[in-house]
Design a binder for this molecule. Sequence first.
Ligand code: NAD
Length: 474
Amino acid sequence: MTKITVAKGDGIGPEIMDATLEIILAAGAKIEIETIDIGEKVYLSGNTAGIAKESWDIIRRNKIFLKAPITTPQGGGYKSLNVTTRKFLGLYSNVRPCLSLHPFVDTKHPKMDLVIIRENEEDLYAGIEHQQTDEVVQCLKLISRPGCEKIVRYAFEYAKHNGRKKVTCFTKDNIMKQTDGLFHKVFDEIAQEYPEIENEHWIIDIGAAKMADTPEAFDVIVVPNLYGDVLSDIAAQIAGSVGLAGSSNIGEECAMFEAIHGSAPRRAGQNVANPSGLLQGAILMLQHIGQMDIAEKVQNAWLKTIEDGIHTYDIYQEGISTQKVGTKEFALAVIANLGHKPKQLQAVEFAHGTQMNLPKYVRKSPAKKQLVGVDLFVHWTGSQADDLAKVVSQINQNNAELIMITNRGIKVWPEGFPETFCTDHWRCRFKGLSSPQQIPLLLEKAISLGIDVIKTENLYEFDGKAAYSLGQGQ
Ligand code: NAD
């Protein structure tokens, strides 16, 4: 018996959760349920997190969390509970299987069967944003080696465990050589440990186009957070409907399972919603807690029900569907099919008795790190980089000298193009520093000259290799 936390959520949440629990309990799931309240009611009671402290305690104690969609109220101040749950609980891996159910659910991609494994904690989703000048705001993209190693290893272990043949990595490392470059590098390193699984890397733009056009060319896809967010909704939609997809969020200690769609408030309370997305989440949960037989039984009964043409309104199609049913009736049809297998769709067999090998991250020995320069970011409303260079060069000291100015990454001094459009946000690069103490000296002098320095970034070499990007055009 595994104790799980259940949140029924908002909108169609309670109806699809009741249907889901009814099905898995009828299939013999050995679970004990502890229910908590999250979402709209909690938000509107004045709790901007949407969840009470006692509920966190329950989630952390039970470790397994089955969650229905919630409604985030419009307007300021309310935090996305999904994002905080993932990050608080360290749920680094977001797994979304996308399977087409042709010819029973309309899709242009009858042979699609892929799994997207999205990094869930870092990248641009760290939410570290600042306005720095009148014209420019920034968002920090943070990618870490532990983050990359954990997600890439998870993807290969997932493939191995589930009999999948290939893992594809998508990044944009031709542009983001440090951040996406690290993700790609770690992918190449870890792929070596799995010679039996094919591996490949695509630049995300053409890779995403290929996935939307020929999804059957892919098997497991591993991606950084933002790309994964976009790609997984596209994949679910082209497989047939976002209403059919579930996902798991896996951490070292805890895991959360859900549908990928929202709370569809307009459909609430009418017994029309499709419970399939949440049921798919629950099937992933049963696999995670080792109840493979039950997971298999539910998945096969669900496939059989879809194949029988018993469909909710969202996938109902004249000529293909045989019966339009409500949420409760759909659940009863799945229950009646427990123990049966689909005839045309591929019945599933989940891996039994093996465990994924996911060792804890071990910190590497540090590289030799040397300070070689500093970027001073400056808010300046002039338009000629030469004028700025004249002012900023006055703070040169010893060997620490201004060597380049960029505007939004493009080099504008020395030898910039007059055509380059410039904002009020300038990066002034100093090289030749002999000690970190020179940085406050540079800053003091800049401030005394009235230069509006908005931030600095140190430039390092790691083991003798430059670990910062050049100016575009440098
Ligand atoms: P949504 O996914 O709730 O609904 C979009 C449309 O898809 C609905 O109007 C409905 O026609 C259809 N639909 C979705 N799920 C369905 C189902 N199970 N059966 C049948 N039809 C279904 O997206 P939205 O309208 O943008 O968001 C509504 C609310 O959900 C918002 O408050 C949003 O913040 C929240 N949301 C929550 C989650 C979550 O909790 N994981 C995820 C996304 C959105």
